[in-house]
Ligand binder design. Structure first.
Ligand code: SF4
Ligand code: SF4
Length: 180
């Protein structure tokens, strides 16, 4: 997945949605968003930021505070978070950083702004119950090595669980651009 650094583009007044931060504070996990004073502890302690030139949780929180809705929801970097919750544990302001990122991802998924790699993975789960298509060669290799067959996936159960979720509809729009 390509990483982009959308926050480095100059900000235009027209892209600011002043209500966005208030919408986020009404969502579970986003309540303390406005308490962030940009100390950067979340970024310093984030294990993903350590290995990425562009992933900065502090920056994501700031974009959300500023109301840069489209920019943050279309950002590829949003999807790099490993949901380890280190940032949430270390934030001196009790901002639930990982949860804010989850809220933003949910909103992005509703708009269809999901990286193609995750769409494909979701489609695979919906088709087979597995996150990845198991190559036939590997199935045969298991047989030759005397291993039992892989358990059958249950995509019907997954579909039932995810019924009505917009991400499901968006994920199934195979081959269409991810909205980014
Ligand atoms: S650690 Fe908390 S207060 Fe500091 S930048 Fe991150 S979210 Fe904001
Ligand atoms: S939850 Fe995400 S943003 Fe927070 S420290 Fe872990 S990887 Fe970084």
């Amino acid at each position: 997945m390509a990483e982009t650094a959308p926050a480095k583009e100059p900000i235009k007044a027209s892209e600011i949605d002043p209500k966005f931060k208030y919408e986020l504070t009404k969502m579970h996990g986003g309540e303390k968003l406005l308490k962030c004073f940009q100390c950067g502890t979340c970024t310093s302690d984030c294990p993903v930021a350590r290995f990425s030139d562009t992933y900065r949780p502090r920056q994501i929180i700031r974009m959300a505070q500023l109301g840069l809705k489209d920019r943050v929801l279309k950002s590829d970097t949003l999807w790099l978070c490993a949901a380890c919750f280190t940032c949430t544990d270390r934030c001196p302001q009790d901002v639930e950083v990982a949860s804010v990122i989850r809220v933003l991802r949910n909103l992005a998924a509703e708009k269809g702004c999901v990286p193609q790699v995750f769409k494909e993975q979701a489609c695979c789960i919906l088709d087979s119950g597995y996150a990845y298509k198991i190559p036939e060669l590997r199935v045969k290799k298991r047989e030759t090595q005397g291993l039992p067959p892989l358990p059958k996936g249950n995509p019907e159960s997954v579909r039932k669980t995810l019924k009505g979720i917009k991400f499901l509809e968006n994920a199934e729009k195979k081959g269409e651009p991810s909205g980014q």
